[in-house]
Design a protein around this ligand. Structure first.
Ligand SMILES: Nc1ncnc2c1ncn2[C@@H]1O[C@H](COP(=O)(O)OP(=O)(O)OP(=O)(O)O)[C@@H](O)[C@H]1O
Length: 259
């Protein structure tokens, strides 16, 4: 069953055609990737799927429902969660509070609130705290609940971002360069985590990534963008052996990156 579908979506910024007539499908319980050289339109595609930008033309469907033109918070509520290329965490809050604000976005978790709040709110807070503790456990952050996010290593901050995304109980998780800045052992760890998450939560995942070992190991199918357009799509083996794709990567920092 198709979970998320983009039909001929396009977006220009002035004269730059960032995404042109791009279509893709993501099935239930599937991991697909979007790859392409720098500036190919990958992040713009995520921004269109999550309502950060209004699309110029095309349609986006989630479980067959048209979600084109919805606001970011409506799309999040409909079931699409994402992480960002540049990690976005709340520095003023500790690790567990970062997850709690995602699990219960209408609440603010701070000491003042705790003192003045009603018993009902306190019991809701206890419930959300417990849920958040579980999400932290899932990503391997047990023991870090009271740390400030900026004191965590880059790899752990990435996990915290994922815990925040999990807390919104998504149907679809969009990961924008989740392995950027990770060392080789963190990359291995991350690959296992993504598989575990998909199996445990039964959701579908789209990954944008430059680290090809991540893409090749995790993706069932890969979409390749170049200058905003779909250049190719197929299985990791098909993409690895696609001459046009290899040519598109020539001149990139890591031209051998398709492995
Ligand atoms: N808000 C914006 N305003 C103007 N131009 C933009 C904006 N966002 C993206 N672009 C342009 O759209 C094109 C696609 O950018 P995008 O960030 O989507 O590429 P990308 O494939 O994610 O690149 P990278 O791998 O470097 O992150 C680029 O030419 C970029 O400069």
């Amino acid at each position: 069953m198709i979970r998320l579908e983009a039909q001929h979506i396009s977006k220009s910024f002035g004269g730059v055609k960032a995404v042109q007539d791009f279509s893709f499908q993501l099935n239930q319980h599937e991991i697909v990737s979007i790859i392409g050289p720098n500036g190919a339109g990958k992040t713009t595609a995520f921004n269109l799927l999550t309502g950060v930008y209004e699309i110029d033309s095309g349609k986006i469907l989630l479980d067959g429902q048209d979600i084109t033109g919805l606001q970011q918070h409506q799309i999040a509520k409909a079931g699409i969660a994402r992480t960002f290329q540049n990690i976005r965490l709340f520095k003023g809050l500790n690790v567990i509070e970062n997850v709690m604000t995602a699990a219960d976005p209408l609440s603010s978790y701070n000491l003042f609130d705790a003192i003045i709040s009603s018993r009902r709110k306190q019991s809701r807070e206890a419930e959300v705290r417990e849920l958040s503790r579980n999400y932290l456990k899932t990503v391997g952050l047990t023991g870090y609940e009271n740390e400030k996010p900026e004191n965590l290593s880059y790899g752990l901050q990435r996990k915290l971002e994922i815990a925040r995304a999990l807390a919104t109980q998504p149907k679809v998780l969009l990961l924008d360069e989740p392995a950027a800045g990770l060392n080789p052992s963190e990359v291995r760890d991350f690959i296992s985590l993504v598989r575990e998450l998909r199996d445990e939560f039964q959701f579908s995942i789209v990954i944008i990534e430059h680290r090809m070992e991540v893409i090749m190991e995790l993706s069932k199918r890969i979409y390749v963008l170049n200058f905003g357009k779909l250049l190719a799509s197929g299985t990791p083996d098909e993409i690895r052996n696609n001459k046009e794709v290899l040519e598109a990567y020539i001149g990139e920092e890591d031209p051998a990156c398709l492995l």
